[in-house]
Design a protein around this ligand. Sequence first.
Ligand code: XIL
Length: 375
Amino acid sequence: MKFKQIIPLLILVMLLTACSDDENVVTRIIVGGPTNPEGNGSDPEFLKDFANFKIGNIVSATKLASSSAGNAKFREVLGNDYNSITAENDMKMANMFPSPDTYDWSDGDAIVAYAKENNLRVHGHALVWHSSIPGWLSSFQGTDAEFEAQIQGYVKATVAHFALEKDAEGNSVVTGWDAVNEYFDGGAIRSSLFTQRIGEDYINKIFTWAREADSDVKLFYNDFNVAGEPVKRAKIIALVNDMISNNIPIDGVGMQMHFNYDWPTSDIPLAIQQISDLGLLVHASELDVRANPNSDITNLTQERAAQQATQYQNTAYYYTTTVPANQQYGITIWGFRDQDSWRFNNGNDWPLLYDNDFNTKASYNGFVEGLKGNI
Ligand code: XIL
């Protein structure tokens, strides 16, 4: 072959190489799906750009303030992929109610300040939860009426306090609160300090006090296994309907969604449908998916990663396609790196969307596919 004949061949080879580079870019930056109305019109690249509702994750005041390299990366990923945050623990009662009539909102304030500066929404979590009670309150020696006065004071002061910080449009940075977390235990009302000291209707009182403190903030009932335990779900639905008919100010239901790779299955779409049918806001509030709930693997196999990805995809898909747009409060993932997860299980599980170096996993891609409406 003469040199002149080789030139077109070389050009062809160069073109083909350039094309395959393009293909790589295309598979990395996934195209299609809804364009974020707040976006810049270019192809969506990060989680929040694939949804028309908020995509959240959890934070702590410590991590937001830390200057370590790991936490700088965490804040970068937070800013790219998310537009909503929930405090993992900092805004719970055990942290904010150190002694009678005394409130410490400093961690929550730092989170709200960060959110305000970075255009993030804050979801308040959680005013009353049987699992986050300060020590002094557990052993409170006062009368039941005095106990109730402490709770009322805390709820009203806390909600009023976090209503103060406003975003550029004049809306509170904290847009919602899980007013009561985990009122049920299976199909029964959970026996707790609150039922014992105030009575089973404490739930109605918490919502009413919160509303008195802020007429705008969205008030949620939040629980786990709303998908996964149909009997519990039926109780929750009956409770919420009762609250609505008794004019108790409830705006939404948080479905925690602490799932396993193989559980729940057909109950996910059914649960999302039934909760949507209440007509209130729906928050997928604490999504994570255990890949190794039975400890039958020692590292995240490709097969298990794919099953976990499918579970994330299904959840995002059914939320996106089932919940009416005006009821979509958002989906919040419960953690960033696997090692940050409360379900890390000493390195024996990998429940989240990023590995320990913040690389996105198959679960991340599955979640994106679901947000795009692909099943
Ligand atoms: C968990 C946190 O992730 C842990 O760090 C903490 O030790 C316990 O609480 N349901 C909830 C969340 O509503 O607040 C819980 O978060 C997980 C279960």
